[in-house]
Design a protein around this ligand. Structure first.
Ligand SMILES: [Zn+2]
Ligand SMILES: [Zn+2]
Length: 305
């Protein structure tokens, strides 16, 4: 169980958090594992529930909505702060993001920032280069090795200062339970099995591909210190996250597909949200920045193996 300090305020709190590394309990680990396996097994029950058009529409909507919440919310906003928004909309992104069942954004962002700081080094627990494909794909959060499940709060001080985000990290299961009820209300057991379980399993594995395949297969535009790749197929499945070598090169930019033909649906939606003033100060890759970027000038086009 994640327990955050509740009583200290201001500098004292931050000083405390700087040292805080939260270990998951045995119950957390077992629950995590059973939940993951259980949703996979539940998919088979479609043999008995059948498949309806309504359940397929639910699955389609849930796949793409939650994909955006992870790519545009958890990843580009919380982990990289590539744009700004109000505290209210920040909470909306974080709360809806927990429906993706990838825990809370504090845990997610802390892990992701370690990935960038130590990409493809032993500290990067989902590096396919160091630990192999399956560790990079699923074992890094299901297994018990290399500190999986640990939350290093010193890396997310900008997030832990918000009590509502800390609450969401502790109660990340609230929104998924509400979503389960909604799917059942909309299409009964078929809504649960096809609409929710199918879409969740497919969505999970597509996002995991960014950790595994996008560090193995694809092209490299930039000579980053890691093995990150640009993979157009993963980019289509993940609303632009497959332009992973671009992203490792410029982690703070909201736009990951830097060429016009590098489809980056997350960025297009972010532009739309900016148009409606829900978010602001989007940090795109501007032409001026491209020109003044020294790594870009010396970058070499590399061929995928
Ligand atoms: Zn990466
Ligand atoms: Zn990132």
């Amino acid at each position: 169980m994640i327990v955050f300090p509740q009583t200290q305020q201001g500098d004292n709190l931050m000083e405390n958090l700087e040292k805080e590394v939260i270990q998951p309990s045995l119950g957390d680990k077992v629950g995590n594992f059973l939940g993951f396996v259980g949703i996979h097994v539940a998919c088979i029950f479609a043999i008995w529930t059948g498949v309806t058009w309504r359940s397929l529409v639910i699955a389609f909507v849930l796949y793409w909505t939650r994909m955006f919440l992870i790519t545009g919310g958890y990843h580009r906003y919380f982990a990289h702060r590539s744009y700004k928004t109000s505290r209210a909309f920040q909470f909306v992104l974080a709360f809806l993001g927990t429906t993706a069942m990838q825990k809370g954004t504090i845990w997610w962002s802390a892990r992701h920032r370690i990935h960038h700081k130590h990409s493809d080094e032993p500290e990067d627990i989902h590096s396919p280069k160091v630990y192999g494909f399956w560790q990079a794909h699923i074992w890094w959060f299901l297994g018990n090795k290399h500190g999986s499940g640990i939350t290093d709060l010193s890396r997310v001080k900008d997030l832990v200062k918000y009590p509502e985000l800390r609450w969401l990290d502790k109660y990340h299961w609230v929104a998924p339970i509400m979503l389960t009820g909604l799917c059942y209300y909309l299409d009964g057991w078929t809504g649960l099995i096809v609409g929710l379980a199918w879409s969740t399993v497919i969505f999970w594995h597509c996002t995991f591909l960014v950790n595994s395949i996008a560090h193995i297969w694809g092209s490299r535009r930039y000579q980053t210190k890691d093995d990150s790749r640009n993979n157009w197929f993963i980019a289509l499945l993940t609303m632009g996250e497959g332009w992973h070598n671009n992203h490792h090169h410029r982690q703070g930019y909201a736009r990951q597909g830097v060429k016009w033909w590098e489809i980056d649906t997350t960025y297009y939606i972010l532009r739309l949200l900016a148009l409606f003033r829900l978010i602001r100060d989007l940090n795109p890759v501007s032409k001026n920045k491209l020109k003044s970027d020294p790594v870009e000038e010396t970058a070499v086009e590399l061929t995928a193996p």
